[in-house]
Design a protein around this ligand. Structure first.
Ligand code: GLU
Length: 381
């Protein structure tokens, strides 16, 4: 039990029915470049057991770039985007083939799902992705997801699979997200370098283990841990428990699902509705709306207000009505994100307007709110 006061404990994980399992490159490959088929066999066996119990498992795996790199050979200097795209194009079919074989050996059908960030930011596309994944899951297929690195320009440079896994978990309303990693969990320092390193068993909502975990790893692995932390937060903030755990432990998935104290548990915050999940986890907002301090605090108040024209001081970017925009306070800090009711050209006309002036300024009747509260997620809420 993590804490008597906590409403959520390891025991609660026994109830999980839909799982997202993120497999890191170092977990699925050997240092020399090849895939670890023994690991994949053990993973497939556990997934088969989970299926027998009525669980659904979505795998999000890395490894494509690493596999392709072994074929292409080293580059001189920094790897270019094209090099990574080419490496992924070589590695992905190999990665998928090996997953498919491992799963088939345990009687499971797999499906390759390659996603770019656009598939998640565009609501129509995201709904299609979700529906096709739901169909796969209903038919007891194991979706094996990776980023579509070979065509994903922004994605390769900005998105780690940790984030992809967190987004997939929120979009598909998973009950649990498990990061299988080459570390025992979130530690106070890199356990490979520091004998004093301690595993952080539990992270509660609102608690920031960042400073403590900051020391984990050298310059190379720090980014990795930070990315993992941010991804874990994305999921746990939306009500999904996250467990970060060593991928090489025997029966690791089954044991986590049995409530065993392994790795680091991120206790979930209160769940939120799907639309808000989509707004908060969508990629780059299409623009920004600047507001005065009065409007900023009205938005930040618990159960607070919609964004009205009156508090707006400026606008930036060429967004359309229905796009996601950032709301910034006078210091440039993000206050919220939301679906905007007007295009940028009209928001510019509405700066500072009283509600009664909307018709005059635009020449047509519009929404009273520039962003309705229901379509808004306050940052850090
Ligand atoms: N999608 C990349 C791959 O398959 C990995 C990205 C990551 O390491 O997070 O190689």
């Amino acid at each position: 039990m993590d804490s008597a006061a906590a409403p959520f404990s390891r025991e609660s994980l026994k109830q999980a029915r839909r799982l997202v399992v993120k497999v890191g490159t170092r977990v699925v490959t050997h240092p020399d470049g090849g895939l670890d088929v023994v690991f994949l066999d053990r993973l497939a066996r556990q997934i088969a057991r989970l299926h027998e119990r009525g669980c659904q498992v979505i795998v999000v795996t890395s490894g494509a770039v690493h596999l392709g790199r072994a074929v292409l050979g080293p580059t001189r200097g920094k790897e270019t985007l094209n090099y990574r795209q080419a490496a992924a194009a070589i590695g992905q079919p190999e990665l998928m083939r090996t997953y498919a074989e491992a799963l088939r050996a345990h009687g499971l059908v797999s499906a390759q799902v390659l996603l770019t960030m656009d598939d998640m930011t565009d609501r129509q596309r995201y709904i299609h992705v979700r529906n096709s994944m739901e169909l796969l899951l209903r038919r007891h297929v194991v979706p094996v997801v990776n980023e579509n690195d070979s065509v994903s320009v922004e994605g390769v440079t900005f998105v780690e699979n940790d984030k992809l896994a967190a987004i997939v978990a929120t979009k598909l309303r998973a009950d649990l997200l498990i990061f299988l990693s080459d570390q025992p969990g979130l530690c106070t320092a890199d356990p490979r370098l520091d004998p004093e390193a301690r595993l952080i068993a539990c992270v509660y909502p609102g608690q920031d283990p960042g400073a403590e975990a900051e020391g984990a790893g050298g310059a190379e692995s720090r980014g990795g841990m930070r990315a993992k932390l941010a991804a874990a937060r994305t999921a746990s903030d939306f009500g999904i428990p996250v467990v970060m755990v060593a991928g090489d432990l025997d029966n690791v998935l089954l044991r986590v699902l049995a409530g065993e104290e392994l790795g680091t548990l991120f206790v979930p915050g209160p769940a939120r509705e799907a639309r808000k999940v989509w707004i908060a986890t969508a990629a780059e907002p299409a623009g920004s709306i600047m507001v005065d301090s009065g409007a900023a605090s009205a938005l930040r108040r618990p159960g607070g207000a919609s964004l009205l024209p009156r508090g707006i001081t400026g606008t930036e970017g060429g967004y359309e009505a229905g796009d996601i925009v950032r709301v910034l306070d006078p210091q440039g800090q993000e206050v919220a994100r939301g679906l905007v009711n007007y295009p940028a050209s009209e928001v510019a006309l509405l700066v500072g307007a009283h509600s009664s002036e909307v018709l005059d300024r635009l020449g047509h009747v519009g929404h009273e709110e520039v962003i309705h509260r229901d379509n808004m997620v306050v940052t850090g809420e």
